[in-house]
Design a protein around this ligand. Structure first.
Ligand SMILES: [Zn+2]
Length: 112
């Protein structure tokens, strides 16, 4: 993802409308680009920070809220990665199990 695409996706990020793959690319670019990190933080303070200040709980630490949001999204991406690896492992296990059962069945038919 380049800086222009990143900036186009900032509103979608705040609206939580990025797909998991888009979110992964978004966070990857964020970790590599200081300019976009600053851009996102400024956008967060302007768009989300005002809403936080109006909440009942009055947590005025916007930087902490910003870091908390990023932390939560990074955890989400990590969970998605684990689920994908688990799904891939289960698919592979199912494939080899079915193949093994088929070969065992043929062996029984031929050599009984
Ligand atoms: Zn950038």
């Amino acid at each position: 993802m380049d800086c222009l695409t990143f900036r186009k996706n900032i509103n979608a990020y705040f609206a939580k409308s990025l797909s998991d793959d888009e979110l992964n690319e978004f966070l990857r670019h964020l970790s590599q680009c200081e300019t976009c990190r600053e851009e996102l933080e400024i956008n967060f303070i302007v768009s989300e920070g005002i809403g936080i200040l109006e909440e009942e709980n009055h947590d005025y630490n916007i930087s902490r809220a910003y870091e908390s949001m990023l932390q939560k999204d990074r955890r989400h991406i990590q969970v998605i990665r684990v689920v994908r690896v688990f799904t891939y492992a289960m698919d592979t296990l199912c494939f080899w199990s079915i193949l093994f059962c088929g070969l065992l069945f043929l062996h029984i038919l031929i050599f009984r």
